[in-house]
Design a protein around this ligand. Structure first.
Ligand SMILES: NC(=O)c1ccc[n+]([C@@H]2O[C@H](COP(=O)([O-])OP(=O)(O)OC[C@H]3O[C@@H](n4cnc5c(N)ncnc54)[C@H](O)[C@@H]3O)[C@@H](O)[C@H]2O)c1
Length: 287
């Protein structure tokens, strides 16, 4: 099956759709012919994107919802099923970054990363998956992990922890859907982007006390990588095609992310301690 066959209609719900990867996925879903529900805490951003998609002949609605709020996410699911239709694609995409040494990290920043990046995904699953499993219609759930879900990176520990957690959550969920007998129509998939153009580093948290300059240096190093980052629409095309092919791990840059996965496997197999890289950015060729 290709993406046009799998995703030429139906409803797509995308959290964090106001910017970056979520906006790219929304634009591509709309191009394929899906009705797109644009969800974000940034109401202006999703309203602007809704106008763009509808002006181009697409069908889209925008809803303000904070994925940290379990009741709000449940209300979102109820509203979408009642007013828009059955959901064919749920993308738990909303996520944030955090820079700095772990010991300098404010408790509130740690909590915010885990609340949005991990618990937000859990809220999406709880609210939408039972409704998807209640029919026999084909349905897809994509959870946003990262190349950081298989790498270890100093000065980004809360984010890296969250992305490892989302990967594990998604792998467990894949097995649970099989175990409960719904895997013939419900597809659980993990998205692992490499660098994709977005606002994530600009809006990332830092540290107020301790070594703030180390935190900012890491942010700058990540912003440097942006020069080579992938266009979100191209990333979306790759993800939609791999999903339709039935892959579990959806990689925006298969060579780059695939080499990080191989490196993680090699480190675990060798049982060697993590090594500090001379370059802060991830480069599989260094090992
Ligand atoms: N951009 C990359 O290079 C990259 C790489 C790997 C993984 N990812 C993952 O992709 C996802 C999207 O990131 P992005 O880079 O497009 O970021 P982004 O900052 O450009 O967009 C994230 C969107 O999420 C929204 N958001 C933040 N908190 C929210 C909340 N509590 N509830 C609802 N919406 C909320 C923001 O308003 C924003 O519109 C994240 O999960 C991120 O970890 C990104």
């Amino acid at each position: 099956m290709n993406a046009r066959e799998a995703f030429s209609g139906g409803v797509a719900v995308i959290t964090g759709a106001g910017a970056g990867i979520g906006a790219g996925l929304a634009r591509h879903a709309s191009r394929l012919g899906m009705t797109v529900v644009l969800v974000d805490v940034d109401g202006a951003a999703v309203a602007t994107l809704r106008e763009e998609l509808t002006a181009a002949g697409g069908s889209a609605i925008d809803i303000v919802c904070d994925v940290r709020d379990a009741e709000a996410v449940q209300a979102l699911a109820d509203t979408v099923y009642r007013d828009v239709g059955d959901v064919r694609l749920l993308v738990n995409n909303a996520g944030i970054e955090q820079f700095g040494y772990l010991w300098d990290t404010p408790v509130a920043n740690w909590q915010r990363v885990l609340d949005i990046n991990v618990t937000g995904v859990f809220h999406g699953i709880r609210a939408f998956l039972p409704k998807m499993m209640a029919t026999t219609a084909p349905a897809w759930v994509w959870n946003l992990s990262s190349v950081g879900g298989v790498a270890v990176v100093p000065l980004q520990a809360p984010y890296i922890v969250s992305k490892h957690a989302v990967l594990a959550l998604t792998e467990c969920l894949h097995l649970e859907v099989q175990s409960a007998g719904h895997d013939h129509h419900v597809h659980i998939q993990a998205v692992l982007p490499g660098a994709v153009v977005s606002n994530i580093f600009e809006s990332a948290g830092g540290v107020q006390s301790g070594d703030a300059s180390a935190a900012e240096a890491q942010r700058m190093a990540m912003l440097d990588i942006k020069a080579e980052a992938m266009d979100p629409l191209a990333a979306a095309e790759a993800v939609f095609e791999q999903a339709a092919e039935g892959r579990f791990y959806l990689l925006t840059q298969p060579d780059y992310v695939g080499s990080a996965m191989a490196e993680r496997a090699r480190v675990l197999t060798s049982q060697a301690a993590p090594r500090l890289r001379t370059e802060r950015r991830f480069d599989p060729a260094e090992n």
